[in-house]
Design a protein around this ligand. Structure first.
Ligand code: EPU
Length: 421
């Protein structure tokens, strides 16, 4: 298990290219199952979650080549319909194979994901939607076993907007018989990227990017090429890194339109933000951090995947702010670790009250999940002295070589490998 050693206090400066979006890639990859042939995914990030999905797709029989951020997935010989526990326990997004396998082959057996690092994350909505489309679903020995000779279109209305349930349902519906209507579909850009891919493949989907999707099933789809959208969460994380170190950075390969809520909050906090075509420049050279409240919500609201990083940022604000997570009530595992670095934060239910402190001080802290770990790295970059972030394998799941990217901007951060961390 590797750790990061960060000598804080270095001002970040320079230009950085943002990678392709993890959560888009993790939906696009299983979607390739829906056609027979070679799909090409451009701008694919090199992340451990992507490697886990590669292993899973290979296990199903796909032939995969990955170089230079181009991922080729050949699905001509899918022979297996089981997503084993060993893959799903590593990465919940493995459940994304459920919809495509069921839609194309009429059967799928997927290990039921347990809770995650910060609490329960059910998949009842995925299963209810598939049931409505005519799938038989049983839970056997910890596995969801699903079968359907042919799925039928259905009217599906989600009580909660869910990225995963929307993705799975769309993927099941594109080859179903008849029309599927999805109400309260997730409008996150990663889902829109998936819809764009499926339409290119020949799927008939209306309502792209809206809460109402109409999908008319077709007999077959063709393998095509798609470009993964830029990772808005990596972009937001890097902007906060620059803000916390009073730096000035320019991000390239980025889509500011996908990050509007975060950019507006960065401006409220006192950062100067400039947007040009495919670039975002943030200048925090003379920043006095204004306490700025956020409340997470579905797209285009402030993303829950940026909540931990914002909490770290506000711990250095000139006053008190609140951070409320309305998507995941328990997603506050980073707070006790930030407190170890000197932050003053109290959590009450799903709201963190953050009293800004003058400075953070280096300490050993423990990563618990991906975005919590990112917040610790940010705090370490701004802290006085040395911070050790243990268990950085969480970061490797979702940030491509974050330490190299931060070093290229002037951060003093190194990875140390060793069993004991
Ligand atoms: N929910 C249910 N039942 C379900 C599905 C979801 O109650 O069947 C609830 C969840 O408990 C949560 C809300 O609905 O309260 C939204 O969850 P959603 O299904 O949208 O989350 P997800 O699809 O499991 C994706 C991202 C997460 C991100 C969330 C919210 C991927 C692979 N993961 O998860 O990303 O936090 O959407 O935007 O796309 C991350 O990248 O760090 C990460 C956790």
């Amino acid at each position: 298990m590797d750790k990061f050693i960060i000598n804080g206090g270095k001002t970040l400066q320079g230009k950085l290219e943002v990678s392709g979006a993890k959560n888009a890639t993790l939906a696009l990859m299983p979607a390739a199952i829906l056609a027979s042939g070679k799909s090409l995914l451009m701008n694919t990030p090199e992340l451990n979650d992507v490697f886990t999905m590669i292993k899973l797709l290979k296990h199903l029989g796909a032939v995969i080549n990955f170089s230079n951020h181009i991922l080729t997935i050949d699905t001509s010989k899918i022979v297996e319909f089981i997503a084993p526990y060993e893959h799903v326990k590593k990465m919940r997004a493995s459940v994304y194979v459920l919809g495509p396998l069921l839609g194309r082959y009429g059967e799928a057996k997927v290990s039921l994901p347990g809770g995650c690092a910060w609490g329960p994350r059910p998949i009842n909505l995925h299963l209810e939607a598939l049931k409505k489309m005519g799938a038989e679903i049983d839970l056997v020995d910890g596995y969801i076993e699903t079968k359907a000779k042919k799925l039928n279109g259905a009217n599906i209305s989600f009580d909660i907007s869910s990225v995963g349930a929307t993705g799975n349902t769309i993927m099941a519906a594109v080859l179903a018989k008849g029309t599927t209507l999805i109400n309260n579909a997730a409008t996150e850009p990663e889902i829109t990227n998936l819809v764009e891919f499926l339409i290119k493949m020949g799927a008939k989907i209306e309502g792209e990017g809206t809460k109402t999707l109409t999908i008319e099933g077709v007999d077959e789809l063709n393998s095509v090429e798609i470009k993964t959208i830029p990772d808005r969460i990596e972009a937001g994380t890097m902007l906060i890194a620059a803000a916390m170190t009073r730096g000035k950075i320019t991000l390239t390969n980025v889509d500011a339109g996908l990050l509007r809520a975060v950019l507006l909050k960065l401006e409220s906090a006192g950062c100067k933000v400039e947007i040009t075509e495919e670039k975002i420049e943030l200048d925090a050279s003379d920043l006095e951090i204004n306490p700025t409240n956020i409340s997470t919500s579905i797209f285009p609201g402030f993303p829950t995947d940026m909540q931990a990083q914002w909490t770290a940022f506000m711990s250095l604000a000139d006053g008190t702010s609140t951070v409320c997570d309305t998507i995941y009530f328990d997603r506050f595992k980073h707070v006790p670790e930030l407190v170890r670095l000197g932050a003053n934060i109290l959590v009450n239910e799903n709201i963190a009250m953050i009293k800004g402190v003058k400075e953070l001080n280096g300490a050993k802290v423990m990563s618990t999940d991906l975005r919590a770990s990112a917040s610790l790295v940010l705090a370490g970059l701004a802290a006085k002295g040395t911070t050790e972030v243990l268990r950085v394998y969480h970061l490797d799941r979702g940030y491509q070589k974050i330490e190299e990217k931060l070093s290229s901007l002037g951060a003093d951060i190194v990875r140390v490998s060793g069993k004991e961390y």
